[in-house]
Design a protein around this ligand. Structure first.
Ligand code: SF4
Ligand code: SF4
Length: 445
């Protein structure tokens, strides 16, 4: 069988899916949680509770601030002890609602049974409103509010809904386990989103290294027409939105453009599960599956974790940070970010905690670029990382914009192939942030 894949660039890192055989376990509810108001792309939510308030599981504690924003719910029942800025995973000070846990009492209307609800009731507008009110965001890492992606502008027509089940980042297995253990819910979530978008073609794209997930989803789709489960070649970044669209439809998202310009909407497989919960169970996004992994850990885990659980409590459950650990990453090794604060708490986008050793994080000293072109060959966006490295170091932002640095998806393929060990991703990422600032301030004027 010929598997589908994107046509430009890409790399083949060792997959290291150490936790793939670890079934999802419910992580114990912690004694205290701190829930960030900035768990989605866009403006942070505005807290609507105060110190001393009693809250239940699933109760709204933050409301959207502006168009690109989202609802935030309490993941526990208990008493609000503080509404204050705290350091998040990256060390940024953001507003959190802190809650001391008492019992586990759900807000009225939330269904907690595991029974599969197949009958999708309601107009597209009602379904969309439920998804919005449940605070569902893209759970593959981008955390873009899902209800916005499901409501494209009137002049753009969605033809395809692509469910991103690639999980191409090494080490991460949260989506794989979710697909193996909850395929029916994922397929129903996809059908709900298809109804909201008015599309007739749904494609669930699974990487070839997840045969059990592929079989489980194929079985779950047997009773429906218009949903295909397809196998993708194992190649990074297969799960990139633009790469998936290219692989499935052979359409290219224009430079600086949005996926909807190709008639495609891409949603992550965990988002699909959250949409099912939101619509069929009236259950907001209060927990997620998260992989805890690393060669230096005694156990590999896939936990269902309440949002707002301290990272330190999760690491304690696998014996604490081993002596030989050097770095904790939130996400995978390619696109994840170093955890700056172990007292920070999990968020809607927290797919993985990866613990690395000094050998795994050691950087080989950088030498000069030998113009081998490997970074250009590896770049899935058709960019020239070696050139952006030179322009970035010189602070030539006008030239960087001309060379379309804004198209960089920060995948790290360039850096992983460079024989001169140049930290291309770091330089491209910081230069891109500067160029985006310039573009935004020009747009404001
Ligand atoms: S990080 Fe950016 S420049 Fe480097 S390979 Fe990925 S898209 Fe290309
Ligand atoms: S891979 Fe490294 S050495 Fe080769 S062209 Fe790119 S930056 Fe230069």
């Amino acid at each position: 069988m010929k598997y589908r894949t994107f046509r430009i660039g890409g790399v083949h890192p060792a997959e290291q899916k150490l936790a793939k055989d670890a079934a999802i376990e419910q992580f114990p509810i912690p004694a205290k949680v701190a829930i960030s108001m900035a768990q989605h792309l866009g403006a942070p939510a505005t807290p609507v509770v105060e110190k001393g308030d009693k809250v239940k599981v699933g109760q709204v504690i933050g409301t959207p601030t502006g168009f690109v924003s989202g609802f935030v719910h309490s993941s526990v029942s208990g008493t609000v002890t503080a509404v204050e800025p705290r350091a998040d995973l990256a060390g940024n000070m953001v507003m959190h609602v802190c809650i001391d846990v008492e019992g586990d009492e759900y807000a009225d209307g939330i269904v907690t049974s595991d029974r599969i609800e197949r009958d999708i009731k309601g107009s597209p507008e009602i379904l969309l409103e439920k998804i919005k009110k449940a605070g569902v965001v893209g759970m593959g890492g981008a955390t873009f509010p899902t209800h916005i992606k499901l409501a494209p502008p009137k002049d753009k027509k969605a033809e395809y809904l692509i469910i991103n089940a690639a999980e191409c980042e090494p080490y991460v297995t949260a989506d794989d386990r979710l697909m193996r253990e909850h395929p029916h819910e994922i397929v129903l979530g996809a059908r709900i989103m298809a109804r909201v978008l008015g599309v007739e073609m749904v494609v669930i794209a699974v990487e070839e290294n997840k045969p059990e997930a592929f079989d489980a989803l194929s079985d779950a789709t047997l009773r429906y027409v218009g949903i295909d489960v397809v196998k993708m070649k194992k190649k990074y970044p297969q799960g990139g939105e633009k790469q998936l669209i290219d692989a499935i439809t052979h359409r290219r998202v224009p430079s600086g453009g949005l996926p909807i310009e190709t008639g495609c909407v891409v949603q992550n497989v965990a988002t699909s599960y959250a949409v099912y919960q939101a619509v069929q169970k009236d259950k907001p996004l209060i927990e997620r599956v998260m992989t805890v992994t690393g060669e230096c850990l005694p156990e590999q885990k896939n936990y269902l974790v309440r949002i707002g659980t301290p990272i330190s409590a999760i690491l304690d459950s696998v014996g604490g940070l081993p002596m030989e650990s050097a770095k904790v990453i939130s996400g995978g090794p390619m696109m994840g970010k170093a955890v700056a604060n172990l007292e920070a708490t999990t968020q809607k986008g927290s797919s993985c905690l990866l613990v690395l050793t000094p050998e795994q994080t050691a950087r080989t000293p950088e030498t000069v670029c030998i113009r081998c072109g490997r970074c250009t060959q590896a770049c899935p966006m058709g960019l020239e990382p070696w050139l952006m490295n030179r322009l970035g170091r010189n602070g030539d932002y006008a030239a960087l914009e001309e060379n379309k640095i804004y198209d960089c998806i920060e995948c790290g393929c360039c850096q992983s192939t460079c024989p001169a060990h140049i930290p291309l991703l770091d330089i491209v990422r910081t230069s891109k942030a500067e160029v985006m600032k310039i573009i935004r301030s020009r747009a404001k004027k």
